[in-house]
Design a protein around this ligand. Sequence first.
Ligand SMILES: Cc1ncc(COP(=O)(O)O)c(C=O)c1O
Length: 359
Amino acid sequence: MSRVFNFSAGPAALPVEVLEQLRDEMLDWHGQGMSVMEMSHRGKAFVGIAEQAEADLRELLAVPANYKVLFLQGGATAQFAAIPFNLTTPDSVADYVNTGAWSKKAIAEAKRYCKVNVAADAGGKYSSVPARDGWQLTSSAAYLHYTPNETIGGVEFPFIPDVGDVPLVADFSSTILSRPLDVSRFGVIYAGAQKNIGPAGLVVVIVREDLLGRARPDTPTVFDWKAMAADGSMLNTPATYSWYVAGAVFQWIKRQGGLVAMERLNRAKAERLYAAIDGSGYYRNPVAKDARSWMNVPFTLPDEALDKPFLDGAKAAGLVALAGHRSVGGMRASIYNAMPMAGVDALVEFMKEFQRKHG
Ligand SMILES: Cc1ncc(COP(=O)(O)O)c(C=O)c1O
């Protein structure tokens, strides 16, 4: 068996230890004689798995007691619609900050259901975060939505915005669990699983209890956070296997030393890669230094004609999924929690070698 260093933006690499655990437990989970995939979600075994996963996530993020944690389906995209369904009427105004491709998708979806005010727009090439003091906020906004980490642009907020009493709603899909987070600053945190949590399809929603119960009467039941919370995210059959994998990942993070340890590792990985890019005089990252993502590092070569030889050479060296998003081109190295320092070291070595040959 040979494993590559997988720099995919998502679905992304999972820790090998977790994959080995899943393999070992595949046919017979803890003497039950069946895989977790085959268990009833209402049975004692799965309910235990689900409760443990929630408890571990709460512990990792120090989620305050007045927040519900939901394990839902439909990915982060389903929440682009669920958010306005749960928090607005058709006449409400919701504020959105636009810092790139994922903000735009969230905005486009919200516009179908309520009035949207784009409070700030990073504009142009989306390579920075607009300073908080220039935002045009709506005083009675139903919420303010932002994307703490733009997975495609590699732009990450260096601050949590203060918007007073307006609930802060944040799409943490590509940065959740990368470091400690003050959950109490948020009304709603949501994150698609396929980067730092587990398999695609699952979305984790952390919602402050006072925001439950505002859903429109026509809210599809599976989108209704209050109804889901009342049923322990089991109003219908949940994504049981994904939930179980997420739980295994949470336990792995705890074994690594929790989010403080993740922060140390992720900071070191990002610093190493950005230093290699900036110091090369060859590779380039377009993002403002204070807004550079720790998780998604886009970079370009001096000439697009070199992209294919770079990707081919990287693949031959066991470094895969480095092509930038189809909308922006160039390269992108996603270095989520499961990417070890050895993967970043191998990438940096390959980049130096490529530059020696082609620079
Ligand atoms: C920041 C961000 N938001 C939302 C999504 C959409 O997630 P999903 O495809 O799971 O709906 C992604 C997907 O990669 C993402 O990176």
